[in-house]
Ligand binder design. Sequence first.
Ligand code: PLP
Length: 378
Amino acid sequence: MKTIYLDYAAATPVDPRVLAAMQPYFTERFFNPSANYLAAENVRKSLEAARAKVADVLGARPSEIIFTAGGTEANNLAIHGVMKKFPNGDLIVSAVEHESVLAPAGQYKFKLASVTADGRVDIAKLLKQIDEHTVLVSVMYANNEVGTIQPIRQLSQELQVIRRARQKIGNRLPLYLHTDACQAANYLDLHVSRLGVDLMTLNGGKIYGPKQSGALYVSSHVQLEPLILGGGQERGLRSGTENVAAIIGFAEALNHGQSLRRSETERLSNLQKLFFDLLGSQIPKAVINGSLKTCLPNNVHLTLPGQDNERLLFALDEAGIQAAAGSACSTSSEEPSHVLRAMGVSTVDAQSSLRLTMGRHTTAADIRRVVKTLSSLV
Ligand SMILES: Cc1ncc(COP(=O)(O)O)c(C=O)c1O
């Protein structure tokens, strides 16, 4: 029996072409890119070509790409980096951010922006929370649990109005917009000026690249304090000998993912629709969480009233189906995830929720088998 993997939001397998691109950098091209002989300089050139590739996808300058060891580090660099530079400032983060945004934000004067029942940030309320000391707003591009896509472009346009008003009254404090795009990179437009963001987090582990790879886009006008001090690599913002293989793999994964973006979005949207239709006919009491209108095409997050998600996950695993709980808790007696809580989902419903995230290897036959199995279990 084929195992059906439906946890692509947690991890993606490394694409064979990504692996092939990385391979030489572990062996014959192992050189430190800062060394002075020709072989090392060639590695430096490959590293800079990878940076240019990432910048190209983002419509950014190569110097605006800072490679990091994954999304958590990029989020920490964005939040701590800005807040340490502007110690008298405060920040606003959405209530549904990943812990790697919420935890660093918690060390400063911060406000939580609330979301509506479908997980979308309430922009009107967020704007009211901004005061003359606000230096940073961080709202993720798409949510890792329920897949809701946030209105980043609209938010950036509103922030631009506030920036102009600040200029008029002589308030020179910047107002930066950061977005965590870890879950969005396979499916959404990453062009930073179209989005209007100043900082953007990406990681490789969700886009068929290696784990602990990623980048922070830092617009050239953004002022940031480094967190990791040392040899001054990555424009002094992230010291340490570059993980060349991971960087090469990340750039290849991002580029390849973007070339598949439209076709995969269409294919997965069809599978998502099939999933919803089958749920509607075979498990009519299933409730779909998140936004039906603005959702990542690979995410199905549902509540099965009266069911215990831990029991379901175990039974699914036994049936060869790997999925995740709708909540981050490891046992059903624990608190529901902060995302579901922010959306107003009750503890009981959160404990009856599942997150099923599809990817490149998911087929219609898989979805049929999953719904049939779920239906027999409930
Ligand atoms: C939205 C989001 N941000 C950040 C992260 C953290 O990324 P990483 O595991 O690469 O540190 C994840 C991964 O779980 C994520 O889904």
